[in-house]
Design a protein around this ligand. Sequence first.
Ligand SMILES: Nc1nc2c(c(=O)[nH]1)N[C@H]1C(S)=C(S)[C@@H](COP(=O)(O)O)O[C@H]1N2
Ligand SMILES: [Mo]
Length: 305
Amino acid sequence: MLIRKPEIPSSEITPEATYLNRRQFFGAAAGALAASALPTSLAACTMDEAEAAQRDEPNSYEDITSYNNFYEFGTDKSDPARLASRTLRTRPWTVEIGGLCDRPGRYAFDDLVRPHQKVDRTYRLRCVEAWSMVIPWRGIPLRDVLARARPRPGARFVEFTTLLDPAQMPGQRRSVLDWPYVEGLRMDEAMHPLTLLATGLYGRDLPAQNGAPLRLVVPWKYGFKSIKSIVRIRFTERMPATSWARSAPTEYGFYANVNPAVDHPRWTQARERRIGEWRKRATLPFNGYPEVASLYRGMDLRRNF
Ligand SMILES: Nc1nc2c(c(=O)[nH]1)N[C@H]1C(S)=C(S)[C@@H](COP(=O)(O)O)O[C@H]1N2
Ligand SMILES: [Mo]
């Protein structure tokens, strides 16, 4: 998420190390081409690119845990990995569930999670900044947790809130956003079987920088919907005022569905760069999860972006 800068700096698009490696590689390939009538190294390189465009392998644990957006720990992608585990205390952890439901409650993290079947699901994460990763999550379907609270018929939305504690989250001392971070889903989005409350990745507990001890994962929406380190879940009648929509309403909407046909006001959403790859990929509608399209039938997705 970038609200203060006029355009995406190239460091946002490609981690510098990857960029340099690739440039050296292409430099060498161009040299081979100039020296030979049969550019075998260039042919090999084209094969690599074609293959890369097809595969959808998980990113490495290293990529997933070192390139993060978690503004509570700073706005650089490298800040959360460096800083989050130093100060964030993820046990004991309490989650409060309330609002329009018959069984509100405060749960210790283990009591919240233990009754539910854990699932392992590898999902693409597409950031609104036009980069993406593939992440093997572990978690519980959000709907299982929500159903336990017995939402009332009047509940149309679910609001999620991150911990507010500048001692644990030093980035909250700067007014980059109006803290605490808030996100929201419509009830049917929240109850969709793809929607997870993630508690881990690569079969281990979530690292602090990825939103320990639990964060939302909604694979067809831009990454900023996947709110981290959640302390409160609330059923509401009105659409929640979400952090990014409040901070820059013309740039970040409530729905935030990955949509290559609707550009961000300052850059295209038609393509994305998978972290670790060079050539850009085409962004897929709903991030490649077309089964959710029925949730939005009849809605104008240019207005409800
Ligand atoms: N509390 C909180 N949650 C957050 C953010 C944040 O700054 N604070 N950043 C969001 C954005 S913009 C993205 S792209 C994802 C990144 O998740 P990852 O670091 O696990 O890849 O987290 C989202 N959740
Ligand atoms: Mo993001």
